[in-house]
Ligand binder design. Structure first.
Ligand code: HH2
Length: 278
């Protein structure tokens, strides 16, 4: 079990493997698959504890991908990675059929940005698969979620939502020890007014008693704070700062693009924290 590997700290590092076709060539899907595999291998070499494989972008404004297309993208990549590494693999999907095929191909965690609300049978399928599940908070849906997110008390509302989804998930037959929670940075949240208090008061989510996953890597709130960082590949410093803030609040794992740099940052943070506590 993934959780069994979890030392008290630093958090586990989940490396992101996006499988999208190469739009610049005829062999699009095949080349996209090869690139994703090579990337997954590299993240393992860089120290990733978990690989998060996804075939559908959930970026604000993104369009949905069909089930057949998502399956064709992720299943061969998961099969190949599962045969090569013992690092647990998670499948980032909102579709039960994709989760089912991914688990059959070797994935051990269903990472669902809809917190198992994506389809009427999501909860039932999660219980049937017996895998671990990540329940993430999102207000609205990816295409429109950044239009006008509203909360009275964002931290309280996200914590209440996650607690309720954990209850529903357990009621459907998923064991308590299989559940992770994620506040969903950037998913129906104002760049600074909502994302910052959520990360600043993460301990209130950790206090719910489930391992917490934080996904802040390269997200737009970083450019809201540092407008000179225009592209998502100019957000490494902010991503590391968010990972360390999460670690200090007790998260169990961070979902990141830059695995090598995150592993190093967390090691140094942890060594300093330990020396201070000695
Ligand atoms: N963020 C994205 C996708 N999946 N899953 C969890 N549990 N938590 C997250 O914060 C999270 C997630 C963002 O996805 P996208 O915008 O498509 O980009 P990328 O996959 O490169 O991060």
């Amino acid at each position: 079990m993934v959780r069994g590997m979890q030392p008290t700290r630093p958090p586990l590092v989940m490396g992101i493997v996006n499988v999208t076709p190469d739009s610049f060539s005829d062999g699009g899907r095949f080349l996209g698959r090869e690139a994703a595999l090579a990337h997954g291998r590299r993240l393992v070499a860089e120290g990733a504890d978990i690989l998060d494989v996804g075939g559908e972008s959930t970026r604000p404004g993104s369009e949905p991908v069909s089930e057949a297309e998502e399956l064709a993208r992720v299943v061969p990549v998961i099969e190949a990675l599962a045969a090569e590494t013992d690092r647990p693999i998670s499948i980032d999907t909102a579709k039960p059929a994709v989760a089912r095929a991914a688990v059959a191909a070797g994935a051990r965690i269903w990472n669902d940005v809809t917190a198992l609300r994506g389809a009427p049978d999501s909860l039932e399928v999660a219980a049937e698969l017996g895998c671990e599940v990540v329940l993430m908070h999102m207000q609205g849906e990816p295409r429109t979620m950044q239009a006008e997110p509203r909360y009275d008390d964002v931290v309280r509302e996200v914590a209440d939502f996650l607690a309720a989804r954990a209850e529903a998930t357990m009621a459907a037959g998923v064991g308590r020890e299989k559940i992770w929670l994620d506040p969903g940075v950037g998913f129906g949240k104002h760049m600074t007014r909502h994302n910052l208090p959520l990360m600043g008061r993460l301990s209130e989510i950790v206090a719910l008693g489930f391992p917490v996953l934080l996904g802040a890597s390269r997200k737009s709130f970083i450019s809201a704070l540092d407008p000179a960082a225009r592209g998502s590949d100019e957000r490494l410093g902010g991503s590391l700062a968010a990972a360390i803030a999460g670690a200090a609040s007790g998260v169990a794992a961070v979902r990141v693009h830059d695995v090598r740099e995150t592993v190093q940052a967390l090691k140094v943070w942890d060594a300093i924290a330990q020396a201070g506590a000695a």
